[in-house]
Design a protein around this ligand. Sequence first.
Ligand code: KIV
Length: 276
Amino acid sequence: MYTQLEQRAMDAPPINVASLAKMKAEGVPIACITAYDASFAAVVDRAGIDVVLVGDSLGMVIQGHDTTVPVTVDDIVYHSKAVARGLRHAFLMADMPFMSYTSPEQALDNAVRLMQEGGAMMIKLEGGEGQIEIVEHLARHDIPVCAHIGLKPQSVHKIGGFKVQGRDPEQAQRMVEAAKRLEAVGADIVLLECVPNELGAAITDAVHVPVIGIGAGPEVDGQILVLYDVLGITLGRVPRFVRNYAQDTHSPLEAVQHFVASVKDKSYPAPEHCFS
Ligand code: KIV
């Protein structure tokens, strides 16, 4: 975290919502990653990451649960506070966990906690058509919002597993319409998880706000991965879109620098990381 006075002395100003919009407009890929503590936050910040997400994936990679469902607002606030202390340049986004945005009022109360207590600059929630009213309410109160569509891990028990979404043309069309509606009511970013390349490209064309993909192909405005996947810490079977950057590097800093470079030069994702 930086104070106003420190910020004035910085060579490059910290990333904000306007610089992210400018990156989309100028075709500069946006490199995003998750982090859950101050030490790794400082490493990814130094590596040149644009956006750091305190994701509810912490339920799986930090807490050891099978899904993100058990994560609470208190958990996100705790980790967000720590991450905020490690950042100087990157933009901090924090996840609204399962059932923390069931009404506009509840969503606003919890988003305010993530921003005031956790230091987040934007909140992310999983939602499509069903969350329009919530996103509109948050946007009306000037809460920056990232709308996460496609595979929504908080719905894993409803959809029966972590599966690619939008292969069916009608579902794909509904997703494009949902992205447009979410933008129209005030979403500042769309995050798109596990969809075929073609749908990733269609949604990116359909909206003016940045679209960040994870398993959404190369034609989105930016890429995000879970830090522990980038560092090769995750054992066993990993999702197709994961690339282990620790294999050919000597430190976590170098691994994340390679991830940033591969997002910026668009060598990631390669065809083997994509869905059709
Ligand atoms: O919780 C998380 O880490 C996420 C990313 C995988 C996008 O939502």
